[in-house]
Design a binder for this molecule. Structure first.
Ligand code: ADP
Length: 720
């Protein structure tokens, strides 16, 4: 008998490989092992171990087992489910799950220990150090500080041999949550929602709820209570909180730390590898019971996951567009099903997909219709840009400028929202009419004045702004067209020179601590006018903010894709919801060229239900999500002929299927990125069709040449 281990390798390979398990090596599903792959040695995960009577072909052996905790069976199941869902290689999903396991280990710490050898000479200071060191092993500087002596005293004792330096592994430190601490006193509707969630969790098994509450209604307080209930019911229960953006994690981590007296594990791309490794291991051993993180936290190896909370569930940032393409919110529901756990989807403006499920009764629907305390929703007004346009070369209309002046005079704050980074989105030569493009992509260069560069937001390419047009050579002919946040800031400064003004966008704020500092200054009222992209517009509470001005309310409607209306409504309702938090009523002014548009009218009337009904009607008539399903297939290649030939071959290989249409191939709207040409297919299917099976069959029927890359995007959010 030979034992054969089926090992999944974190690479884009179609399936797991068999290896021989050497005699004496205990192996179980989920174990992390080293295996040979060609000339390389690589880490993979054991999917199964079976006994076979004899091998009909020689197998390479498993080289060794790592001592990391093994992946729980449900994590393995989820990884494979996610791959089938995304029509991608299971190894790609495993790669995300192993990101923390293979990260660099935390460096051992230097600590000082007592050797037992008496020092050559004793002084009161030395006595104090020895007593302190006997109590606790500390780093040299910490020891000196705690004993209240200079670092020279510690060094002297080390030289004498009375103390020695040792290297120690930093222990995993995740304190257990203290469930006896009291939560906030909930208002009636919060208490009702919390009770409904608690009873849902008490039923056990997979259960889903939509926590649908307007901005400021206190959804966080409600889901904190649900988390407390889940952890109280089961002393091992783990809770995962997902957020769409790194910038939002800090706030939620603070709320959990306050509530449970213990810091949750933090998980996102900005967490250092050693910390990530620590969180990964502490999750796998069950020691870390609360994780707050970005979408990839879904792939962590939880052995006892009992509750997932997806905050701001409507947010498009849950969609991962590169590498392994997935919608984090949808996979969160799948993971909850696999774990037999509860899931709470929370939003003030839920996605149509989630509302569809709530309406169909698949999710419990809990609504919070009022703000907590005396706070009221802001008034939303539309500014018709055709009637009261800004002056030539300006972007703020007279009514908005007037409101800003009044707000400033009252000592209150204004947020100007424009979802466009940089100074100007387009740079044009007025001599030849050329628009400056990225050299290897079909994307316009955006002018950034802070850095004096022209930047491609798609690929990151940048160049210094040239003195002459690169196309016709005319000098001083380049003009900046349209506004970005930097240009709006410039205008605000010229209008209100005495005001304290700040810009918040991912180019002007570097790193999490700088972002935090700016947010805190805004919270403390030290900024009068903040000009911001969505980086600052989501999720924050600014008590002194009473005016929100949306510079270009039509901006996100322009793309015209499936979700343009929904996205615009969600974004602007969220932004408007920043105004008038505490007891000061707020106003939101939306500058628009199309005030009659359904989205603008719904925002003005603050009638989300009417907007949703109209939008649902349109989607249903067209068989679009959530009533039907979509998938894109994107082909890219550097060789135009090979790309064209393959696109034709793929078109000819479409399997026969009912209830499904295939459109394309067509040149993608962004037909060139980083020198690669792009073509797209779009598939629309009825909900009853097994879209993944169709896509997998189709893909397998026409293998691409090596120069062509194929990406399947199930439920696409970008159509570019
Ligand atoms: P949402 O996420 O629904 O927009 P938050 O949970 O951030 O709202 O709550 C908005 C504000 O109201 C926060 O400052 C929060 O601390 C406060 N708040 C909400 N509910 C309560 C409560 N029951 N007691 C005290 N403060 C509350």
């Amino acid at each position: 008998m030979t034992r054969v281990a089926q090992v999944l390798i974190p690479m884009p390979l179609p399936e797991a490989f068999d290896y021989e398990a050497p005699e004496g090596m205990a192996l179980e599903p989920g174990d992390l092992v080293a295996v040979p792959l060609g000339p390389r040695q690589i880490a993979g995960a054991v999917l199964s171990v079976r006994e076979v009577p004899g091998l009909n072909r020689p197998l390479k052996p498993v080289l060794g087992r790592y001592d990391e905790p093994r992946l729980p069976p449900t994590t393995l199941e989820f990884v494979q489910w996610a791959a089938r869902y995304a029509v991608d290689a299971p190894g790609m999903a495993l790669g995300i799950a192993l990101r923390g396991a293979r990260a660099a280990r935390p460096k051992p710490e230097k600590v000082v220990v007592v050797t037992g050898q008496p020092p050559a000479r004793m002084t009161p200071a030395r006595e104090k150090v020895l007593a302190t060191a006997a109590d606790e092993a500390l780093a040299p500087a910490a020891l000196a500080a705690k004993a209240g002596v200079s670092s020279g005293v510690v060094k002297g004792l080390i030289d004498d041999g009375a103390l020695a330096i040792e290297l120690r592994e930093v222990p995993l430190a995740f304190d257990p949550p203290d469930l006896s601490r009291p939560g906030a006193v909930l208002n009636d509707s919060q208490a009702a929602a919390a009770a409904a969630l608690t009873s849902m969790l008490a039923e056990g098994g997979f259960q889903a709820a939509l926590l649908d509450g307007i901005t400021g209604s206190g959804k966080t307080e409600v889901y904190l209570e649900a988390a407390a209930a889940a952890m109280a019911a089961d002393p091992q229960a783990q809770v995962l909180v997902l957020l769409p953006e790194i910038a939002l994690t800090q706030k939620v981590i603070e709320r959990f730390t306050q509530r449970f007296g213990a810091e949750p594990g933090e998980w996102h791309s900005a967490v250092t590898p050693p910390r990530r490794r620590r969180v990964w291991e502490a999750v796998a051993t069950g020691q870390c019971r609360i994780v707050v993180g970005a979408r990839s936290a879904l792939f962590l190896p939880f052995p006892h996951l009992k509750l997932i909370i997806v905050d701001e569930e409507h947010d498009g940032s849950y969609k991962q567009e590169d590498g392994f393409v997935y919608q984090g919110r949808d996979l969160a529901v799948a993971r909850a099903k696999i774990e037999g756990a509860g899931i709470i989807l929370s939003s003030a403006t839920p996605s149509l997909e989630t509302l569809f499920n709530a309406e169909a009764g698949r999710y419990r629907w809990l609504r919070l219709r009022a703000r907590h305390g005396s706070a009221v929703l802001p008034e939303v007004e539309l500014i018709d840009m055709r009637e009261t346009p800004p002056e030539q070369g300006r972007w703020l209309s007279p009514p908005l400028v007037k409101a800003m002046g009044e707000t400033l005079a009252r000592g209150e704050q204004t947020l100007l929202f424009l979802n466009r980074r940089g100074y100007a989105p387009v740079v044009l030569c007025k001599a030849c009419g050329e628009r400056l493009c990225s050299p290897d992509s079909q994307s316009w260069l955006v002018e950034h004045r802070y850095t004096g560069r022209l930047v491609c937001h798609l690929t990151g390419f940048s160049m210094a702004k040239p003195a002459a047009c690169p196309h016709c050579g005319a000098k001083d002919s380049l003009v900046s067209i349209g506004p970005g946040v930097e240009r709006v800031e410039e205008e605000a400064r010229s209008l209100f020179p005495e005001a304290r003004i700040a810009v918040f966008s991912s180019d002007t704020v570097f790193g999490a601590s700088e972002a935090r500092e700016l947010i805190e200054r805004m919270e403390r009222g030290e900024i009068d006018i903040m000009v911001a992209t969505q980086a600052a517009a989501k999720g924050h509470n600014f008590p002194g903010l009473t005016l929100v001005g949306v510079v270009d309310a039509d901006l996100s409607l322009r793309g015209g894709d499936l979700r343009a209306g929904e996205r615009t409504y969600q974004l602007l309702a969220q932004v408007a919801g920043r105004a008038g938090r505490a007891d000061r009523p707020g106003r939101a002014l939306l500058q628009t060229w199309a005030p009659e548009h359904g989205v603008m009218q719904a925002l003005k009337a603050q009638d989300r239900d009417a907007f949703v009904e109209a939008e649902m009607g349109e989607r249903e008539a067209a068989g679009l999500p959530p009533f039907g399903r979509l998938a894109s297939i994107i082909l890219t290649g550097t060789n135009p002929e090979a790309l064209e030939t393959y696109a034709r071959a793929l078109a000819a290989a479409v399997p026969n299927a009912e209830g499904l249409e295939v459109y394309g191939p067509a040149d993608a709207p962004l037909a060139l990125i980083r020198g690669r040409r792009r073509k797209r297919f779009l598939v629309r299917a009825d909900r009853t069709v097994d879209l993944q099976a169709f896509l997998a069959t189709w893909r397998a029927r026409a293998r691409p040449p090596s120069s062509v890359r194929v990406t399947v995007d199930v439920d696409p959010y970008s159509f570019l």
